[in-house]
Design a protein around this ligand. Structure first.
Ligand code: PMP
Length: 451
């Protein structure tokens, strides 16, 4: 068991050395506080274990340096936005050529790259018709609109403690007594999400059937494995059950592959042979340039196209001025063609297996009540054993001080984990030595805690 007073002392010590090590980041943060809301360019950047964020200087491949001159092995990779590695050469070249030599980032004209990207995403995810966005959030919003248009139904069903972007419908959880409630902290909800949504626990097919039986659910929006509340893997038969029940009740199935893309070149959908009606994705596919998209089955595309009165070419609520722009599409093409290739995924997955094994060794050595779960190129440790099987269980295993201790301990010794998770992601440039450095520092952090 964790000695809480020892943890408090160690956390305090590590925060002190973080402050001492990073005077320039601290000064930049202080200077920005009068001009930036919350002192940061985007409020999530305040999610930091030590009181202020590190300021970026340079980033290449699996490495970043901060303004105080420290180098880090980056296992955060922009919370998946940089799963292709920072500034991968092929993407840099394609983006440079598009923006510089050829010219034109946002012209409201298609480029030939777009058809190539649609075909490649079709090969990987098995859905033939693609449209682009700049974020996964927007891909989800637009997919939800199409699902409501086709089915004429009002509600969206999600899994408890999912995350699909700042989409109003998804901020709903299963409450302590099994009731449906707005997620704590939900900022300015337009209506209570219980009006627009239904929610069930992941891996609970009985609850899913109960909620779908109301007949008012346009789409189930889900990750094939939860990744935003630790990794929660599907149990045997669960995803087949979801597909069967959604078909039975006339509900569309949307797989959000934004994070589960780590499972392979076609995400979980490709790796596990799933057949959703719609796939949404964002973050990594542009190699760092804002990109996203949604893919539709032939049936869904035909249904939408067959409906009269939908304004798909102007102000109907689907699409955006900068979506599918020439720069973003050039970045997606280069990243998919040359960086996040089938071979790269095989290497990244091998490294994540090495990561998982090393963490499990430490857990075993100290008989910790923790677990580590891998999803392709990603792995995550969680303070619960056995590994949680629902979002609710995983949420109950949160331990903010322990999270902060491990994050700041690792950062002080050159390793970055994703601030929102204990998640480690491999990119094509991550090396065995990088993973070994994590193991060494993680083992030392745990040894000090164990005393
Ligand atoms: N879907 C999933 C599964 C995500 O994890 C996230 C972000 N963490 C999003 C969608 C939203 O991505 P973005 O913030 O880039 O729109």
């Amino acid at each position: 068991m964790i000695d809480r007073s020892r943890l408090a002392v160690l956390l305090d010590r590590e925060r002190g050395s973080f402050r001492a090590r990073n005077p320039r980041s601290a000064a930049a943060y202080e200077a920005a506080r009068g001009h930036l809301f919350g002192g940061v360019p985007m409020t999530w950047m305040n999610k930091t274990a030590a009181g202020f964020p590190l300021y970026l200087a340079t980033a290449k491949g699996a490495r970043v340096t901060d303004v105080d001159g420290h180098e880090y092995v980056d296992l955060c990779l922009g919370d998946t936005g940089a799963m292709a590695g920072h500034s991968p050469a092929a993407t840099v070249a394609a983006v440079g050529r598009r923006f510089g030599e050829l010219g034109g980032a946002t012209v409201m004209m298609p480029t030939e790259d777009a058809g190539w990207v649609g075909e490649e995403l079709g090969r990987r995810f098995g859905l033939p018709y693609w449209s682009f966005s700049l974020t996964a959030t927007d891909a989800n919003r637009w997919a939800i609109r199409l699902a409501r248009a086709i089915t004429g139904r009002p509600k969206i069903l999600v899994n408890s403690y999912c995350y699909h972007g700042s989409v109003d419908e998804v901020l709903i959880v299963v409450g302590a007594d099994g009731e449906q409630v707005s997620r704590e902290g939900n900022v300015g909800a337009p209506v209570d999400p219980t009006v627009t949504s239904r929610v069930v626990e992941f891996n609970d097919l009985a609850a899913l059937e109960r909620e779908l039986a109301y007949g008012d659910v346009a789409a189930v929006l889900m990750e094939p494995a939860l990744t935003n509340i630790g990794i929660v893997l599907p149990e045997a038969g669960y995803l087949e059950g979801v597909r069967r029940l959604t078909e039975k009740y006339g509900t569309l199935l949307i797989n959000d592959e934004t994070h589960t893309f780590s499972a392979g070149p076609g995400g979980c959908t490709g790796a596990w042979g799933l057949s959703p009606d719609i796939v949404t994705i964002g973050k990594a596919i542009g190699g760092g340039i804002p990109s996203g998209g949604y893919g539709l089955s032939a049936e869904v595309a035909a249904q939408v196209e067959g409906m009269s009165g939908l304004d798909l070419v102007d102000m109907g609520g689907v699409g955006g001025t900068l979506a599918g722009n020439a720069l973003s599409v050039a970045a997606m093409r280069a990243t998919l063609e040359h960086v996040l290739t089938d071979d790269a995924f095989a290497r990244m997955t091998e490294l994540a297996t090495h990561f998982t094994k090393g963490v499990q060794d430490v857990i075993d050595r100290y008989s910790l009540p923790w677990s580590v779960t891998q999803l392709g190129a990603r792995a995550e440790y969680r303070f619960a054993s056995p590994a949680p099987r629902t979002g609710g269980e995983s949420n109950a295993a949160n331990d903010a001080d322990l999270d902060d201790y491990l994050h700041v301990y690792l950062a002080n010794r050159g390793v970055l984990l994703t601030p929102f998770h204990n998640m480690a992601l491999m990119c094509p440039d991550t090396t065995t030595n990088d993973v070994d450095l994590h193991h060494e520092v993680f083992a030392a952090a745990v040894a000090e805690l164990a005393g």
